[in-house]
Design a protein around this ligand. Structure first.
Ligand SMILES: NC(=O)c1ccc[n+]([C@@H]2O[C@H](COP(=O)([O-])OP(=O)(O)OC[C@H]3O[C@@H](n4cnc5c(N)ncnc54)[C@H](OP(=O)(O)O)[C@@H]3O)[C@@H](O)[C@H]2O)c1
Length: 271
């Protein structure tokens, strides 16, 4: 029976725990450590998992250790775990901006490490995560990492670690881009006279419907767009306006800035 231990029991750990239990994992397979007894008691009550304030004790006998602490405390947590992780244990880090080399250095050796970049819709099991494995990760461990991140949504592998920063720019930060666009649509809808509730309901359902249609259709996204853009029609005017403002250039610049910040964070927080 696979045993998974979480170091840190915050939002991301809770999402993954919920997903794993829904996928059929037994609470006895799951352990969590963290500093605050009240948080740990809440996790025990909600999920039935075993908890401890001692990070090292939950590592004993674990097949997988999920490092789910903030990037700023990752170094001290890893240095504490150094020497307490068995050679055949897989370490999965969900921390933004911390490289495999830094994790390996702080953990004092060459553990099998998967770096994952999940996103907040993991909270409702609609996440999208990018994963990178270092050279020591076995095929079985890759499958396990896919299963763990897959329990809260889509899990996509990238073959070079720098591409995790590109994943950050797409899906890691992406929910905020769509929220921003939805906020703008809701505000514009209200300017055009719709009440706030109607503006919100229509905008959110349109976002959901467009994503669902794109996912279920075999057609290219551009084909779907052109299908609602009749010549001389209403949508065409809106699309022309977006193009005049260089929407593509704005999105590209925003994602380049996001990726650059992810690279800088790795420098600031790394070993
Ligand atoms: N949330 C997201 O959407 C998201 C997306 C992508 C990546 N991530 C990554 O996921 C990681 C966790 O983020 P989060 O949103 O889950 O943060 P969070 O809710 O603040 O959870 C962090 C947890 O770590 C615990 N903790 C603090 N110091 C610790 C220590 N020394 N040993 C063990 N546990 C400790 C905290 O306990 P207390 O609360 O009791 O202090 C808290 O439960 C971060 O590295 C973040 O970059 C998150």
């Amino acid at each position: 029976m696979i045993k998974i231990s979480f170091i840190g029991g915050g939002n991301m750990a809770r999402s993954i725990l919920g997903g794993l239990l829904a996928e059929g994992f037994h609470p006895q397979q799951l352990r969590v450590s963290g500093p605050r007894p009240s948080s740990l008691e809440a996790l025990e009550a909600e999920f039935g998992v075993t908890t401890s304030q001692d990070n090292m004790s939950v590592c004993a006998g674990a097949d997988v250790i999920v490092l789910a602490v903030k990037p700023q405390v990752m170094q001290s947590v890893c240095e504490q775990l150094c020497g307490h992780i068995a050679a055949d244990t897989l370490v999965i880090s969900v921390a933004a901006g911390i490289t495999c080399a830094s994790l390996s250095h702080w953990l004092g050796g060459q553990p099998a490490i998967v770096r994952a970049m999940p996103n907040t819709p993991a909270l409702i099991r609609a996440g999208a995560a990018g994963l990178f494995a270092n050279a020591l990760v076995t095929l079985e461990q890759r499958a396990l990492a896919t299963q763990i991140l897959g329990a809260v949504g889509l899990a996509c592998w990238v073959e070079r670690e720098p591409l995790i920063d590109a994943v950050t720019a797409v899906s890691g930060s992406g929910p905020a881009y769509f929220f921003l666009f939805m906020e703008a649509m809701i505000a514009a809808a209200q300017e055009q006279g719709l009440d706030a509730a109607t503006a919100r309901a229509l905008t959110l359902q349109t976002a959901l419907g467009a994503a669902k249609l794109a996912l279920s259709s075999g057609d290219d996204i551009g084909v779907l767009r052109r299908r609602v853009t009749s010549p001389n029609g209403t949508t065409e005017q809106a699309i022309k306006s977006f193009e005049q403002s260089d929407l593509q250039g704005m999105v590209s610049a925003a994602m380049t800035a996001c990726r650059a910040r992810a690279e800088a964070l790795a420098q600031e927080l790394g070993a």
